[in-house]
Design a protein around this ligand. Structure first.
Ligand SMILES: NC(=O)c1ccc[n+]([C@@H]2O[C@H](COP(=O)([O-])OP(=O)(O)OC[C@H]3O[C@@H](n4cnc5c(N)ncnc54)[C@H](OP(=O)(O)O)[C@@H]3O)[C@@H](O)[C@H]2O)c1
Length: 339
């Protein structure tokens, strides 16, 4: 099979990399070697401004500098976990496309999220954000395909946290929560602060993004969210939280045992309609497709007018750098290949 990008003669170049310290820019494209050096440097805790060719700058200044060059069809890829809406507006206002793995800009205030989408549309540009839900799984793409073929979404139910799926699976096998969390962090499954996952807020943001696509007009604080983080560990620093995760072992082990005693499995489930979005722990029966989920697998079931009796289900790994990077690349190729 000839890849569609090849058929369309698309050649991608990475011309810049930005972090909070500054940026590096090379109009002809950064070589593979330099990109690998940047990745190794970041993994070793270094900052871009201090790497060869790096320049110290604020993020807004870096984006303005990159946007002012005559580049062919530039695409900004936001893989931060920050509220970057102001910088993204600046980029979109220059008439360029955007790919997001970062959920925050679209799960912030409704007016802000709509503002970004409207701004892109007004400039004839697009925002693609497949990896904001389910990493590399084609969940948002499927949603668009259903709606564009005149189906109507009635309900979306999903286990959309690879991290929580992995942790609950390990607890079910009898492993203490704290040990499982350490491994999940090492494997790159968690958000930079794992409380984003454990508080349910990461799932809530994904659910809000899906909800808004089907017409839910609420804000994040209108979502019912069950947090797994006890009160005492919510306000402490990330470091202190990581030292004290053992305090969560017993409660989670008990919840899992209770679910198993009733013949079920503990899962963290998002339930979405255009009127209501809620996320929390549920004991799902052994007959539920959610019961068979393994590792970081995500599952999303669309009940629609066309798929009413037998929902359309998407299942697969929903976390990890490899699958996320593949999803981001697909979004980039899709933008680069469109008119
Ligand atoms: N990992 C996954 O499985 C997965 C799946 C789907 C989606 N995502 C999303 O992908 C995003 C990144 O996750 P990650 O685990 O790769 O995070 P990460 O390891 O913390 O990487 C974030 C990178 O962005 C830079 N950065 C942070 N804030 C910035 C800002 N305001 N402006 C410019 N650069 C900034 C950081 O560098 P400095 O801190 O040095 O500035 C760092 O290089 C998150 O939004 C996450 O939700 C991840």
């Amino acid at each position: 099979m000839i890849p569609r990008a090849k058929q369309a003669g698309i050649a991608l170049r990475v011309v810049a990399a930005v972090d909070r310290s500054g940026f590096v820019f090379e109009q002809r494209g950064l070589s593979r070697r330099r990109l690998e050096d940047f990745v190794a440097g970041k993994e070793a805790g270094r900052k871009i401004a201090g790497m060869p060719g790096g320049r110290a700058a604020g993020v807004a200044e870096a984006i303005a500098e990159i946007a002012r060059h005559a580049l062919s069809r530039p695409i900004l890829v936001d893989v931060t976990a920050e509220d970057t809406a102001a910088v993204l507006r600046q980029w979109l206002a220059s008439g360029h496309d955007l790919v997001l793995a970062n959920k925050k800009p679209l799960a912030g205030p409704l007016e802000q999220a709509r503002g970004l989408l409207d701004l892109a549309r007004s400039r004839g540009r697009r925002i693609l954000h497949e990896t904001t839900v389910g990493a590399g799984l084609p969940i948002i793409d499927t949603l668009y395909k259903l709606v564009e073929s005149n189906d109507r979404i009635l309900r979306i139910v999903g286990c959309t946290s690879g991290t929580l799926g992995f942790l609950l699976g390990e607890i079910q096998k009898g492993r203490p929560f704290s040990g499982a969390l350490q491994e999940a962090m090492k494997l790159g499954y968690t958000e930079p602060d794992p409380r984003e996952d454990l508080s349910g807020m990461d799932v809530a943001r994904k659910a809000l993004i899906l909800g808004r696509l089907v017409g839910f007009e609420g804000e994040l604080d209108r979502i019912e969210v069950e947090s797994l983080v006890p009160e005492a560990l919510r306000g402490v620093t990330r470091e202190e939280f990581l030292r004290r995760t053992g305090e969560m072992d017993r409660a989670l082990e008990e919840r899992s045992r209770e679910a198993q005693a009733g013949g079920g499995f503990l899962r963290y489930v998002a339930s979405i309609t255009r009127r209501q979005v809620k996320v929390g722990l549920q004991a799902v029966p052994a007959s539920s497709p959610f019961a068979s989920l393994k590792g970081t697998d995500n599952q999303v079931a669309f009940t629609t007018v066309r798929y009413r009796r037998n929902p359309l289900v998407i299942t697969g790994p929903g976390a990890g750098p490899d699958v996320t990077a593949a999803g981001v690349l697909n979004d980039i190729l899709s933008l680069a290949g469109s008119a």
